[in-house]
Design a protein around this ligand. Structure first.
Ligand code: 9MR
Length: 655
C-alpha cells in the first residue's frame, strides 16, 4: 500500500515571487519564508510571475513541503472504466502469460479542423515571411507567389494549381512544398514553377490547407510560406467519383523464428474513405484472420510458421462499393531455424551481475504486436535483469486526454518483467517531451498540481513493482548546461524538480530516484551545469539517489577519461551513476568493430567506478531503435548479433 498522498503546499513563496527580490547568493532569500504545510491551496499564480527563466531565484536550502493535492483533483482520476481487459491470443505473440488490451470502445481524440468556411471566404491567408538577421526587407524584398487564390472543387475532381514564385529583385526563387494532401504530387515544370496535382475523393470533403515555401534567391534562409485553402465539396453525382483500387498499408519484411507465433496487422485502405474487406489468397496452415476488437478497419493475421524458408502471403482487398475492384499485396516472412539465434557465452545480465552491475535495456512499446515479437521476447527475457519502458509510461501514452488512462501497454510490460524476473525502471515521471497537448495547454499556475497528479497516478499503480524511477528527465538545455526553459521550469523555476522528487519519495520511500540527462558523458558546459544543479539539489536535501548518464553516443566517441572523471565527480557527492540509454550510432564509414569498441569501453568505465551500478542500453535491435538508420545497437534488424554483442559479453565478464 502506498502512503496517503499529500500535496505541495505553498512552495517557499517569497523565493518564488519577484517582489521578494532576486539575488540567489547563499540562499538568504527563502530563509524568512513561511512554508505552509498541510494547506489546501494549490500553487497560486505567484508561480506565473517567474516565467523569466534564468533570473528566477529559487531561493535557499529549504526543502519543499508537500500538502494535500486538491480534492476533487484537477483532472478526473483513473477509474474502473480505464481498466484494461483480457486480450485474445489472436492479437499478439506472447504465449507464456496473459496480456491485456484497452477496453473497448476507444474514446476518440477529437480532431478539430483547423480551417472553416469563414476562413475560406476570407481569401488567401497572408504569407508568413521569415526574415533572417542581417536582411533588410527594404533593400531585399521577400519572395512571394504570383496569382494564387483559394480553390473550390467537388469530390472526384483533380485539383491542379500552378505555383510561380517571384522575387522583387527579379531573380527566380526556389520553392518546396510542406506536407502534401493525401496522394497529391508537386510536379516540377522545369521553368521555376511547380504544379500541385491532387485527385480528390469522397473522403477528402472539407477544407484542406496546402503550404508552399518560396526561397529568396540571395539569402536561402529568407523565406515566404504561403498557405492556400482547397475546399472539397460533396460530389454532385457520387458516380462521378473515381473508385480507387484498395490496398493494405505496406507491411515490412520480417525475419522470424520457426515455431514462434507471428502476428501482422492488416490495415485496409481506400482513398475514398471506405473500408475494403480483406481475404488471404494462400493462407498458411492454421492462420487466423481476426478483425481488431476496437477498430473495424484493422484485421490481425496470426500464424505459427512450421517450416524454415521464405513464406509469402498474398492479401486481397475488395472494394466496399464495387466488389469487382480488388487490390493485391504481398507479405514476406523469412522463417529461420532456432539454431540461427542461439548464442554462446554468458548472457549479458549474468556476466554483468558478476561485476555487481545491474544490466538491462529499454523495451519497445507493444513489441508483442509485431511479427517478430517472439524473437524480441526471447532475447529480452534471457539477456536482461532490468527493463525500462521506452515509451509506454510517458504521459502522452498513459493519459492522452484529461480523465482518460490507457494502462494496457504498461501493464503488459510490467507483467513481462515479472514473468522473467526483471527489475523495472520507471521512466520518465517528469519530462518536457511526450506530453499530451492538453498538458501543454494548462495554465502555468495549475501545472505543478497536474505534474503531481500524474506522478501520483503512475506511482500508485506501479510503485510496488518499480525499483528505480527516472523522476526528472533532461532538465538542462541541450548544450549549455543552463536550466531548460521548459513548461515545468516556467512554473516555479527549478523548484519543480524538488517537488517532483519529494512527491516520488513520499510515494515510494525505498526506490532509487534518478535525475536523468543526456550529453553529460564528456567534459564541457553541460556537465558543469549538471554538477551545479546536483549541488543545489543536495544543498536543499532533494531526495536524489543517482544521476542517469543517457549516453546516446556515436562510434567516434573517445572521451572515456572525461566520462570516468564525470562519474567520479558524481560519486564524490555520494550519488550512484546509472548508464541509462546507451547506444552507439555508426558515423559514416565506421565499422562494426569501432562501434563494438565504444560499447566495451563505456562498460569498462562503468565497471571501474564502484558507484556505477546500472548499465542499460536503449533497445537492442536496430529494427526497433529511435536511431534506426544509424544502426546503433548490438543486434541487426534481423536479430543477428553484431560484434558489439560479443564485445559487451566479454567486457561484462571481465575478459
Ligand atoms: O526512444 C524513444 C522514442 O521511441 C520516442 O519516440 C521518444 C519520444 O517519446 O523518446 C525516445 O526516448 C527518449 C527517452 O525517453 C529520453 N531520452 C532520450 C530518448 C531518445 O529521444
Amino acid at each position: 500500500m502506498m502512503p496517503a498522498i499529500r500535496v505541495l503546499a505553498i512552495f517557499t513563496a517569497c523565493a518564488l515571487v519577484t517582489a521578494c527580490g532576486g539575488g540567489d547568493s547563499g540562499g538568504g532569500a527563502t530563509s524568512g519564508a513561511d512554508p505552509v504545510g498541510g494547506g489546501t491551496e494549490p500553487v497560486t499564480d505567484a508561480g506565473s510571475d517567474n516565467n523569466s527563466g534564468s533570473d528566477v531565484d529559487i531561493g535557499g536550502d529549504e526543502p519543499v513541503v508537500l500538502a494535500d493535492l486538491p480534492s476533487p483533483p484537477l483532472t478526473e482520476a483513473p477509474s474502473a472504466n480505464d481498466e484494461p481487459i483480457a486480450l485474445a491470443q489472436e492479437f499478439h505473440t506472447i504465449t507464456d502469460f496473459p496480456l491485456v488490451g484497452e477496453p473497448s470502445p476507444r474514446v476518440p481524440v477529437s480532431v478539430v479542423s483547423q480551417f472553416s468556411e469563414a476562413d475560406f471566404a476570407a481569401g488567401l491567408p497572408p504569407a508568413v515571411v521569415s526574415v533572417p538577421d542581417g536582411v533588410d526587407p527594404a533593400l531585399n524584398g521577400a519572395p512571394f507567389f504570383e496569382g494564387l487564390q483559394n480553390v473550390r472543387v467537388n469530390a472526384g475532381d483533380v485539383v491542379e494549381i500552378r505555383y510561380a514564385p517571384r522575387d522583387p529583385e527579379g531573380e527566380l526563387p526556389g520553392q518546396f512544398a510542406q506536407e502534401l494532401p493525401p496522394g497529391a504530387t508537386f510536379d516540377d515544370n522545369f521553368d521555376g514553377t511547380r504544379t500541385l496535382r491532387w485527385q480528390t475523393f469522397q473522403a477528402d470533403v472539407g477544407i484542406t490547407a496546402f503550404t508552399a515555401v518560396a526561397i529568396d534567391p540571395a539569402v536561402s534562409s529568407y523565406r515566404s510560406s504561403q498557405t492556400l485553402l482547397i475546399a472539397v465539396d460533396e460530389s454532385v453525382d457520387p458516380a462521378n467519383v473515381v473508385n480507387a483500387t484498395p490496398s493494405i498499408r505496406a507491411v515490412d519484411n520480417y525475419t522470424v523464428r520457426v515455431g514462434d507465433p507471428v502476428v501482422i496487422l492488416l490495415d485496409g485502405q481506400d482513398r475514398n474513405g471506405t473500408i475494403p474487406s480483406i481475404e488471404l489468397v494462400n493462407p498458411p496452415a492454421g492462420a487466423t484472420l481476426t478483425p481488431d476488437y476496437r477498430d473495424e478497419g484493422l484485421s490481425w493475421l496470426r500464424l505459427v510458421p512450421e517450416f524454415v524458408g521464405t513464406l509469402t502471403i498474398d492479401v486481397l482487398t475488395r472494394d466496399a462499393l464495387d466488389s469487382s475492384i480488388t487490390g493485391l499485396d504481398r507479405i514476406t516472412l523469412f522463417v529461420k531455424p532456432a539454431s540461427e539465434f542461439e548464442r554462446s557465452g554468458a548472457r549479458l545480465r549474468d556476466a554483468a551481475a558478476n561485476g555487481r552491475v545491474l544490466f538491462g535495456s529499454a523495451l519497445s512499446p507493444v513489441f508483442y504486436l509485431q511479427a517478430d515479437g517472439g524473437l524480441y521476447e526471447s532475447f529480452a527475457d534471457s539477456e536482461f535483469a532490468l527493463m525500462t519502458p521506452e515509451s509506454s509510461m510517458k504521459w502522452d501514452a498513459i493519459n492522452p486526454l484529461p480523465g482518460l488512462f490507457e494502462w494496457a501497454d504498461m501493464d503488459n510490460l510490467m507483467r513481462f518483467a515479472e514473468q522473467h524476473s526483471m527489475a523495472v525502471r520507471g521512466h520518465p515521471l517528469v519530462w518536457h517531451r511526450s506530453l499530451p497537448s492538453w498538458v501543454e495547454e494548462t495554465a502555468v499556475e495549475d501545472r505543478i498540481v497536474h505534474m503531481r497528479e500524474f506522478i501520483t497516478r503512475v506511482m500508485n499503480r506501479y510503485a510496488d513493482r518499480v525499483d528505480i524511477w527516472d523522476v526528472v528527465n533532461e532538465p538542462l538545455n541541450d548544450t549549455s548546461g543552463e536550466m531548460r526553459q521548459s513548461l515545468w521550469f516556467e512554473t516555479l523555476g527549478e523548484q519543480y524538480i524538488d517537488i517532483a522528487f519529494a512527491q516520488a519519495r513520499e510515494l515510494d520511500p525505498a526506490a532509487t530516484l534518478v535525475l536523468n540527462e543526456f550529453d553529460v558523458g564528456f567534459a564541457g558546459p553541460k556537465f558543469d551545469g549538471l554538477l551545479q544543479l546536483v549541488d543545489r539539489l543536495l544543498a536543499r536535501d532533494v531526495s536524489v539517489d543517482a544521476v542517469g548518464f543517457q549516453m546516446h553516443v556515436f562510434s567516434s566517441f573517445n572521451q572515456f577519461d572525461e566520462l570516468a572523471a564525470n562519474m567520479a565527480a558524481i560519486a564524490e557527492r555520494g550519488l550512484d551513476i546509472h548508464i541509462t540509454e546507451l547506444d552507439v550510432a555508426l558515423v559514416a564509414g565506421a565499422s562494426d568493430a569501432t562501434q563494438a569498441n565504444v560499447y566495451a569501453r563505456v562498460i569498462e568505465t562503468c565497471q571501474e567506478q564502484p558507484q556505477c551500478t546500472v548499465l542499460q542500453t536503449w533497445g537492442f535491435t536496430d529494427r526497433y531503435s529511435f536511431r534506426t538508420v544509424t544502426e546503433p545497437l548490438y543486434l541487426n534488424r534481423d536479430f543477428a548479433t553484431k560484434p558489439a554483442y560479443e564485445a559487451m559479453q566479454q567486457t561484462l565478464s571481465g575478459n
